[in-house]
Design a binder for this molecule. Structure first.
Ligand SMILES: [Zn+2]
Length: 217
């Protein structure tokens, strides 16, 4: 049994438990060599087992393993791995708070340290019809320079050097959205300045944390 497949199913459970998806929404994948293990279409993230995953050939996109049909966003996942060879995980969700804030046209900016520490480079992709080749290409283009991508009228996508890093990114985005809404309700949100972000990134504690995230430990 592949450890990668089991770990991917474990993170599927965590994402569902964190309520970052509803029903069969969202899709996640992990790369193992030249194979990308992908969520099957139609199953919820917390009901799929290792045997349900679809093993796609990274170079050709052909399905090599698994009897189920892969997620309809299969090309979005494959396209991102092709432009980011160091990436081992691509997680995409439609979490309610983040999707709402992003779709209101608000640009998510750093309000607290985790946003700066954990999200890597962030970017936004305007609405493109889900499951299309056009979306796959727009996301691959953005993923060349971004680790966490806000998708207008759609959701969030995070890449990771490992699955834990991608998962943490989805969690931090959702919390950032909740904090932004809370700040907007009771007053005016105040964001960290570029200089404050630079200072945070230079902290020893943050460098240690980043190294741990990159190692997956
Ligand atoms: Zn989606």
């Amino acid at each position: 049994m592949s450890g990668v497949r089991e770990e991917l199913c474990c993170y599927g459970g965590k994402i569902a438990q964190a309520r970052l998806v509803a029903g069969a929404g969202g899709n996640i994948s992990a790369r193992e060599g030249e194979t990308v293990w992908m969520k099957p279409s139609g199953l919820a993230l917390d009901e799929m087992g290792p045997e349900d995953l679809c093993g796609m050939d990274l170079a050709t996109g052909e399905q090599r393993k698994g009897a189920r049909r892969p997620t309809s966003e299969v090309n979005m996942h494959l396209g991102i791995y092709r432009v980011r060879p160091e990436i081992r995980a691509v997680f995409h969700c439609h979490s309610a708070w983040a999707s709402g804030v992003i779709s209101a046209g608000v640009v998510m900016k750093p309000m607290f340290a985790e946003f700066v520490n954990d999200l890597g480079r962030t970017g936004t992709v305007p609405f493109v019809t889900p499951t299309t080749q056009e979306l796959a290409e727009a996301m691959a283009e953005q993923a060349k320079t971004c680790d966490t991508i806000f998708m207008v009228n759609h959701g969030v996508l995070a890449v990771g050097l490992n699955m834990k890093q991608a998962f943490f990114r989805l969690c931090v985005v959702e919390d950032a959205a909740k904090s932004l809404v809370a700040a907007s309700v009771v007053g005016t949100p105040r964001f960290l300045s570029p200089a404050q972000c630079e200072t945070i990134l230079g902290l020893d504690a943050v460098k240690h944390r980043t190294k741990m995230a990159e190692d997956g430990s």
